[in-house]
Design a protein around this ligand. Sequence first.
Ligand code: FES
Length: 148
Amino acid sequence: MRSPDSSRRQFLTAGVCLGCALAVSGCEQSLEPEVPRRIELAPLDSLHEPRTIFALEKLVVFRQRDSIGVMSMNCTHQSCLLTPLENGDEGYRCNCHESSFDIQGRVLRGPATRDLPWYAAEIDGQRMLVVDLSHEVSKEWRLNVGAA
Ligand code: FES
């Protein structure tokens, strides 16, 4: 036969466990950073040939006269910011675990196994480049922005 204290203890234990579970699930949600899916990146006129790097957003914008392409600089292994290789035209390397990628984002050396994604973009009414991180495109996709 259980004493009233034993039942009360079980009730409190269950309450504490439920509280812990709620706290943990709440923590999981709050630990995941809110990643904006559309970013107003920069004014079109500030984007230079051949490329402009946005370290904070981990993006590189390639510009060639009237076309623009946007590629991630977020290492596909464990999300370190990539660094352009010495002359800047040969691709990128990751200083975390030495992965490297060619200028188009193809993996040259692991541990990364996935190429860098390219993203869709558009120019808004204020002539800002807006990047849609929820919409991956092919490496060949370019936004036509008219002659510079
Ligand atoms: S995070 Fe880039 S190689 Fe590991």
